[in-house]
Design a protein around this ligand. Sequence first.
Ligand SMILES: C[S@@+](CC[C@H](N)C(=O)[O-])C[C@H]1O[C@@H](n2cnc3c(N)ncnc32)[C@H](O)[C@@H]1O
Length: 255
Amino acid sequence: MTFTAQPTAAGRALNLLEPGRYGRIHTAGPGYYDLLGDNPPPVRNLAQRMMRTRLYSAGYQIGRPIGFRLASGLKAPGRDSDRTRVASWLGLRSGATVIDIGCGPGNFTGWFGTQVAPDGLAVGLDASAAMLRRASADNSGSCVAYLRGDAENLPFADEVADAVSCLAALYLINEPFQTVCELVRVLKPGGRVVILTTLIPGGTRTPARGAVLDTISGVRWFGSREITGLLADLGCTGIRQHVDGLAQTVVATKQ
Ligand SMILES: C[S@@+](CC[C@H](N)C(=O)[O-])C[C@H]1O[C@@H](n2cnc3c(N)ncnc32)[C@H](O)[C@@H]1O
């Protein structure tokens, strides 16, 4: 009898990388591959700094539903219905490849892995080693892999994913519009992207108001047309925007 070794989820994740861009890739302890080494994206404020700490990453999964409710209002979905609706917007199905950018402790990535099982793949990418250590401890699975990388310059080849998410992360990224371009680049034609981010109070971002709010809060506040408009410019269609208080979730399909 002959046995053929099945590639691991981590091995399959490495197959998605841009060919020739990386030499030898190192695991960083158990659970994830480190593509950043000593070159993480720069930390420019307290919120970004917190994401890199062990303490914040340890408490994040407990605090996240509370923070989401505060930003989105009491009618906002709880953890399970939030996951279910995001998976449905992404069009996840068995066998699909989904990439979760700014995955934090893998609170969505691990769930996505169950939705694409048994042959699919859910890859979580984050810049924070502390978050990724939590992700591999709490949200791993046979279809789940984690990478340490930069959302502004994704390590993946073009058009490798059936679905791409960026949830509660874009407002922390230094160059968020570059990241949106990257999300679309790695998506296959016909694939879906889902972005959950902030919505500036009142919906209109003026330069002065935006600068003040960003500085006070430490995160970027997006106008109601900024993400939808960029996705349209990038050739996406079927663009929908769901607003929950100060949160917007944008869903689009790449043509
Ligand atoms: C608030 S967590 C979101 C976790 C999860 N997606 C969720 O919805 O709960 C935001 C994550 O974005 C990550 N992040 C911020 N800037 C990044 C960048 N340039 N590249 C990769 N990850 C980044 C942070 O390290 C952090 O783990």
